[in-house]
Design a protein around this ligand. Structure first.
Ligand code: ADP
Ligand code: 5SP
Length: 495
């Protein structure tokens, strides 16, 4: 029997699981199960953690069935998770409230308070190596203290989404450097928790005591709890690797473990990132200098409005995914003057946490579903161009973009990205890059130094030449003008 590994990605819209044969590099089976999102006033975006467990079990069962593999043969498991979410446990290990997610902007005022205390953007950058943004975990802790003091008083463990799933799998609380980078109480330069910030929020020391132990990406968390192994039909001896943030494991799943490669993810969030051997030295405040899960750094920009926005438009117009893509493809570039600022969720990059979305340029003849669908695709993609410009201004270079995430399955969107970024785009064979990265990490962990990550990536990450999209000169020119207008609109919102 070959070496088989299970990679799991707990994303915003669903959990994905895949079975990887690390000897051949082949993905043998995949599964997925959806999540629901609780959306409320003032930017509240939360998820019930119970559904993550159910979705993990469902997706795992599907992946094993598709691979036609007995779960007893799985040697290792690794979990990737949406970053920044806050899961609070009491001393009995029970979840105290729904998880506040990466896209929750309800604690923006608390983020501003903490940023002031840290000495503004420059003080924060100096201290932590990055600038905390709305959505990062730290402001959620201050928000919990001030809005739910009774819950705050019971906190015994502070976990990120993937840490929580690891705890459920193994019974152990720990965290890995890459995902820890997005908490806002972690120093990305020294790779240590910043206890002073937690003491500022809670001088009594409860938060400090609730911190998980830090481990490295190649280290194991443990083995499966017997009851979880039985539930999932897996071998209780299977090793659970550290797992990590979805972007860090997406980097592994796209082979982005050395300088010169850019990964762009069209998931619920839009992200663009590139590996670096050094932490960014003078980054723009919007560039997050997270640690990678491969011993380096992963300067990253993240937009809060990507497929969440296109899905919202689809639902508004009662369109299937296929119909949405077909209609968007029928509209011309620039959607006959209809444009969308997609900030339904506020926005992180550009930094407009309080912004709202809007559609401009509608007339009796241009207000068509096709133009509105196209404007949603274009508007969300301009946000990624804005982010890519920031990364490039910080020295990131690449000739090609590796495109992943749900939206990368659309040929129309791939061409749009190539034209708007004026850069060739190629997909990896496996669009679930974070789940693949997780499975590769599990193989790396179990091999205990016998296999290098580079060798594993070489064997398991495959580019799909049929997906390649090259920029088309006249489209690039048209989009430059349209993007300029987007920047002017964003500048007006920032005033
Ligand atoms: N063929 C497609 N064309 C356009 N969008 C797609 C396509 N397939 C999936 N998507 C979008 O991708 C989203 C899911 O992306 P995914 O990367 O799985 O998100 P997450 O990891 O945040 O849960 C879906 O909600 C859908 O909007
Ligand atoms: O907040 C960030 C990155 O900083 C997001 O990228 C989250 O990690 C959510 O990921 P997806 O659900 O879009 O995969």
């Amino acid at each position: 029997m070959n070496n088989l590994f299970l990679g799991i990605d707990c994303g915003t819209q669903g959990t994905k699981a895949l079975v990887l044969d690390s000897d051949t590099g082949q993905v043998l089976g995949i599964g997925s199960a959806p999540h629901t999102l609780t959306q409320g006033e003032h930017g509240r975006r939360e998820q019930d953690t119970e559904q993550w467990l159910n979705a993990l079990a469902l997706a795992t069962g599907q992946a094993l069935a598709q691979a036609n593999i007995d779960g007893q043969h799985i040697r290792g498991i690794s979990v990737s998770g949406q970053q920044h979410g806050l899961v609070l446990l009491n001393a009995q290990g029970q979840v105290l409230r729904p998880a506040k997610l990466w896209c929750d902007t309800q604690s923006t005022p608390e983020n501003n308070q903490l940023l002031d205390w840290l000495g503004g953007e420059s003080g924060c950058l100096e201290r932590l190596g990055l600038v905390i943004a709305p959505g990062y975990t730290v402001s959620k802790l201050l928000w919990t203290r001030d809005h739910h003091p009774q819950i705050f008083a019971q906190i015994a463990h502070i976990l990120l989404p993937h840490d929580y799933l690891n705890h459920w799998l193994t019974g152990r609380c720990c965290s890995e450097y890459g995902d820890a980078s997005g908490t806002g109480y972690f120093n990305v330069k020294t790779r240590q928790w910043d206890l002073g910030i937690l003491r500022h929020i809670d001088p009594g020391g409860r938060l400090e005591r609730a911190l998980p132990e830090l481990i490295e990406s190649h280290q194991p968390v443990g083995t499966l709890r017997p009851e979880v192994a039985r539930l999932l039909g897996l071998n209780p001896q299977a090793v659970v690797a550290s797992g990590g943030g979805d972007n860090m494991l997406g980097a592994i799943g796209t082979g982005n473990i050395e300088p010169g490669i850019i990964t762009m993810s069209l998931g619920s969030s839009g992200t663009v990132y590139a590996f670096d051997q050094q932490p960014p030295t003078h980054p723009d405040a919007s560039v997050a200098g997270f640690c990678s899960s491969t011993g380096g750094w992963l300067p990253l920009i993240c937009t809060l409005n990507l497929t969440t926005t296109t899905s919202a438009v689809r639902e508004l117009l009662s369109l299937s995914l296929n119909d949405f893509n077909t209609l968007a493809g029928q509209a011309p570039i620039g959607a006959e003057g209809v444009s969308m600022l997609p900030f339904l969720n506020g926005e992180r990059v550009p930094a407009l946490p309080d912004a709202t979305g809007s559609i401009q340029g509608l007339t009796l003849t241009t207000m068509t579903p096709a133009n509105i669908c196209r404007a949603a695709l274009e508007g969300t993609t301009y946000g990624l161009r804005y982010g890519l410009d920031l990364l490039r201004a910080n020295g990131v270079q690449s000739q090609t973009i590796r495109l992943v995430g749900g939206g990368s399955k659309s040929p129309l969107w791939r061409q749009l990205v190539a034209d708007i970024m004026n850069t060739p785009v190629i997909c990896t064979e496996q669009s679930e890059a974070a789940a693949l990265g997780a499975a590769i990490q599990a193989a790396w962990c179990v091999s205990a130094g016998k296999q290098t990550l580079a060798d594993l990536c070489q064997r398991c990450v495959r580019l799909d030449p049929t997906s390649e999209s090259r920029p088309i000169a006249e489209n690039v020119q048209a989009y430059e003008q349209l993007y300029l207008r987007y920047r002017q609109q964003v500048a007006a919102l920032s005033e």
